[in-house]
Design a protein around this ligand. Structure first.
Ligand code: PLP
Length: 425
């Protein structure tokens, strides 16, 4: 797709008029500023906006609880006992998985621990974990404590793939080099789909290939990737993945998260795991009076420990319908590329001296987020943006993260944002 942009305001209006997804904005509640007008909400990488349909789905569950009590487990409009099941296919579509490989459960970091319990079983020779740096703090805590949990020291067992001096993102070739250098000692490569700080989209296929060539397991954290970029986890042969649903998936604060387990592992009932009753074969799940023997479901469901948290799952149903209605990730990605490309174009006009975008320039190496390095008076600029009704995110000391999303953001909002930034002195 060749993109020629213009900096005129009319051009922004025209892009909105031609946008086939423009009507989706109305499916969301847009937070209002002090002037009663919608904020320019570029914080969907942190907490996605509320789908209007979420209230009705949650109300339905409250009503079913009120009217049916315990019987709602089987008799609710969407029975609670199997509430995770209708989520499976729409989520699988978003990440390029088979339904058997997907389970919505818990929160992201909990799922990371559950996956590591199965896939990180260090031996004397293979005990290292490779991550990117900087990774999201929670992932670092999880991985370091996994290492310590096995009686090892992160100083010996944790390898960090860092950007080169003077660069901000990690080169794929450097990750592959580190894998090669540690080919006999690495147990797991744990990488983000999209890095939370720089917005870099990793080449998951290449990294997975490079690691698996040497028998190394690959896990991916999709927190900033799911609902943001197209993914093909099954075809890329990723071993496992985890994500949360409150960022680009718009499923609400603390919404139920998910995990992906590659088919060959998901159907392997011999794998060690931390188990609970909802990972057990439903036919024998309730034999509580017998001495229960754990019989795993031959799918990603085997990692499901507890019964589904209905109120943190309900909004996800509303949100996933919107993704399907929009035509899935391909349609959203087409707009997203234009939206972010337009933002980049307008920022470039401000001059590279005052602003550096540390997110990769290449479309296939990023999602919707741009991370702007403000060289001069960064905090003042951020305050100015806030005062002008822009919701974005500031990372000390000088990085402003903005994430225009294709579902509810408009080209004209990008234009207004750039007006504020480009007049900053
Ligand atoms: C947002 C995010 C998390 C959040 O973890 P929770 O368990 O949902 O609190 C973890 N990892 C990454 C990479 C994130 O971006």
């Amino acid at each position: 797709m060749s993109m020629t942009f213009s900096a005129d305001e009319e051009f922004a209006t025209q892009l909105d008029a031609e946008d086939p997804l423009r009507a989706f904005r109305d499916k969301f509640h847009l937070p209002l500023g002090k002037d009663g007008k919608p904020l320019i909400y570029f914080a969907g990488n942190s907490l996605g906006l509320m789908p209007k349909a979420a209230r009705q789905v949650v109300d339905q569950e409250l009503d079913d609880w009120a009217k049916l009590g315990v019987d709602a487990h089987l008799d609710a409009k969407t029975p609670w006992y199997t509430y995770h099941e209708p989520l499976r296919e729409p989520i699988a579509r978003l990440i390029g998985a088979k339904p058997v490989e997907v389970i919505c459960m818990n929160s992201l970091t909990v799922n990371l621990h559950l996956m590591m319990a199965t896939f990180y079983r260090p031996t004397k020779s293979r005990f290292k974990v490779l991550m990117e740096d900087p990774a999201f703090p929670s992932d670092t805590y999880a991985i370091k404590t996994q290492i310590v949990h096995h009686g090892l020291d992160p100083k010996d067992a944790l390898i960090l793939a860092r950007p080169r001096k003077g660069e901000f993102t990690v080169r794929t070739e450097d990750i592959v080099d580190l894998i090669e250098k540690n080919r006999d000692t690495l147990a797991v490569v744990m990488i983000a789909g999209v890095n939370f700080f720089t917005g870099q989209l990793f080449d998951i296929r290449t990294i997975t290939k490079a690691a698996q060539k040497h028998g190394i397991t690959v896990g991916v954290d999709l927190a900033h990737a799911i609902g943001n970029v197209p993914l093909a986890l099954h075809d890329w042969n990723v071993d496992f993945a985890v994500w949360c649903s409150y960022k680009y998936l718009n499923a609400g604060p603390g919404a139920v998260a998910g995990a992906f387990v590659q088919e060959r592992h998901a159907t392997n009932t011999e794998l060690p795991r931390l188990a609970g009753w909802f990972g057990n074969d439903p036919n024998t799940r309730f034999r509580l009076h017998l001495e229960p023997e754990f019989i795993p479901v031959p799918s990603a469901d085997a990692w499901q420990i507890s019964n589904p948290p209905i109120f943190s799952m309900a909004p996800l149903r509303a949100s996933l319908s919107i993704f399907d209605e929009a035509g899935g990730m391909e349609a959203l990605r087409a707009k997203s590329i234009r939206l972010t490309g337009y933002l980049e174009f307008l920022l470039d006009r401000a001059g590279a001296k005052r602003f550096g975008v540390i997110t990769p320039r290449e479309t296939d190496a990023r999602g919707c987020q741009l991370s702007i390095l403000a060289q001069e008076h960064p905090k003042e600029l951020f305050n100015k943006l806030q005062a002008a009704g822009v919701k974005c995110d500031f990372r000390e000391p000088n990085v402003i993260r903005v994430a225009p999303t294709p579902l509810y953001n408009a080209f004209h909002e990008v234009w207004r944002f750039a007006q504020i930034v480009n007049t900053h002195r």
